[in-house]
Design a protein. Structure first.
Length: 299
């Protein structure tokens, strides 16, 4: 049984007139009659009573009309869902935010994606850049916000923007009296920092941004996240620096933030995905991320 035959049958049943049905279908009347007869032959029942007074549905035709309408509606729905999935407008997308920047640009991109593609089931989680890379390689997630560069041959990445870094100081520190901190002021100060394995590329880049190529501290205290870093600074363990977005809401008694002298050091925020992942939903997310990042930098 072909969907085309069911469609012809439904139109004839609604018109109860073969000529009007043919006009509505934009085909010749004999073709309509032929297709309906083929459907009757296939089912082994008469669907219409034909006489001089016109056309009426048989009992079998009445039953088939309801079922045919349901079948055609379901077929149309299936085709639309398949088209939307192929275009990246439906389906499932697993996205991880980075712990160092769950809001800001990343949050705006996620919100924008949800608004533009409401029929995509968006699954969100959060993790460190190194964890994101491992999950992407294993196919556990589809796309992740990261601190580039990842330098991973299995992954592709795009840097979307650069985020300003600010200095974290104990409230009673000598540098706290300054409105801005020069990079050279950091030399010789004990540093509270995060473990290199959390994101080796960003770890190197951020230290280089602040200290230059050869001026890194020889040793420093490590803490697992920004909350612990700022708390350690407040307790007098040393100085540090974090992303400006985090400093706007991460408030710890005893710690204060100061901007660096221009040009301020920055760190990248980007997205990464498994190389060869050509899911349409991933393509649409990537396109929107680049679009919104460009709009943000232009404003």
């Amino acid at each position: 049984m072909e969907l085309r035959h069911l469609h012809y049958f439904v139109v004839v049943a609604e018109e109860l007139h073969f000529r009007r049905a043919a006009e509505r279908l934009h085909i010749a009347q004999p073709s309509v009659s032929q297709q309906v007869r083929r459907l009757e032959d296939e089912l082994g029942v008469r669907l219409f009573e034909r006489n001089r007074r016109g056309v009426t549905l048989t009992a079998a035709g009445v039953v088939l009309l309801d079922e045919a309408r349901l079948t055609l509606a379901q077929a149309a729905r299936a085709a639309e869902r398949a088209r939307a999935a192929g275009a990246g407008e439906r389906g499932r997308l697993r996205v991880n935010l980075t712990r160092s920047s769950p809001g800001g640009l990343a949050g705006a991109i996620v919100d924008g994606y949800r608004a533009r593609y409401p029929e995509v089931d968006l699954e969100l989680d959060m993790g460190q850049t190194s964890t994101q890379a491992d999950l992407l390689r294993r196919g556990t997630i589809d796309i992740a916000f990261v601190r580039p560069p990842l330098l991973d041959p299995d992954l592709d990445e795009i840097e979307l923007a650069r985020e300003q870094l600010v200095c974290v100081l104990p409230r009673d520190h000598r540098l706290a009296r300054k409105r801005t901190v020069a990079r050279e002021d950091m030399a010789g100060e004990p540093l509270v920092w995060w473990p290199r394995q959390h994101g080796p590329g960003a770890w190197i880049e951020m230290l280089t941004e602040v200290y230059g190529e050869n001026g890194w501290p020889e040793s420093f205290r490590t803490e697992p996240d920004e909350q612990r870093i700022v708390s350690a600074v407040a307790a007098g363990a040393g100085v540090s620096f974090i992303m400006i977005e985090r400093s706007r809401w991460l408030k710890v008694p005893g710690a204060i933030y100061r901007p660096f002298d221009p040009p301020e050091p920055t760190v990248g925020i980007g997205i990464a995905w498994r190389r060869g992942n050509d899911l349409p939903v991933v393509d649409r997310f990537r396109e929107l991320a680049v679009e919104l990042a460009g709009a943000t930098s232009a404003s």
